[in-house]
Design a binder for this molecule. Structure first.
Ligand code: ADP
Length: 212
């Protein structure tokens, strides 16, 4: 069977890592080879770039530097880890990918989407997810969940709630513009209900590959 590439997106606290773990354990139970990874990160070099990106010490980072660091990490991750896994028939589940660039740098920071699509294409070499799951929650829900987890705010989380409102809206617009590639899911539903929706969709892809 060919490999697959599914990405999990949304603002912090939307439940993407919870859903990614749920999907991974479903797949593992079915005996399907899975690779769980994340952006920025996933390889030694990209994890070092992640440290720079999230460190609250780097509050003076300009938007252009931020974008290029994310893309540098992605370029390494795609070539060193994601593509080789897909080629081996593995199902790759990735916490954030290109939609995060469009939502955060585009809708959040105000960069041109057309430009972002071009430079992102350079970073990915044209690799596209088979499906992007976008978990939609209001920024108040995200804040409440993050507080409950007692998580310290990283550099990006130090932005105000209007920043996260713009990103949430951006994710919704991206899902609307690409209904084939993205599945927008209400992230305030029960964890089990959401994981059913995600697994159903993943299974559809796996089954269609078996028929080919
Ligand atoms: P993210 O990876 O998007 O930042 P997490 O998956 O880490 O978010 O979830 C953040 C917090 O919210 C965790 O404590 C998690 O248990 C909780 N959570 C996740 N999904 C739901 C849900 N559907 N309903 C209620 N709480 C949730």
């Amino acid at each position: 069977m060919r490999g697959f590439f599914f990405t999990f997106e949304g603002i912090d606290g939307c439940g993407k890592s919870t859903q990614l773990k749920e999907a991974a354990s479903h797949l593992e139970k079915d005996g399907i080879p899975v690779l769980v990874t994340r952006e920025p990160g996933g390889t030694q070099i990209a994890e070092k770039i992640r440290e720079i990106l999230i460190s609250p010490e780097n509050s003076e980072m300009v938007n252009e530097c931020e974008l290029l660091l994310y893309l540098a990490a992605r370029a390494q991750h795609v070539r060193e880890k994601i593509i080789p896994a897909i080629k081996k028939g593995v199902v790759v589940l990735c916490d954030r990918f290109q939609e995060a660039t469009f939502a955060y740098q585009g809708f959040g920071r105000g960069m041109s989407l057309e430009f972002l699509q071009k430079v992102n294409g350079f970073a990915t070499g044209g690799l596209m997810p088979d499906c992007t799951f976008i978990f939609d929650v209001p920024s108040e829900v995200s804040c409440r969940r993050m507080e409950m987890m007692g998580k310290k705010r990283d550099r990006l989380e130090q932005n105000g709630s209007d920043f996260f409102d713009r990103i949430r809206k951006g994710y919704r617009i991206l899902a609307e513009k690409d209904p084939e590639g993205c599945l927008l899911i209400d992230g305030s539903r029960e964890i089990g209900e959401i994981s059913e929706i995600v697994y159903k969709k993943i299974n559809k892809f796996l089954k269609s590959a078996l028929l080919k």
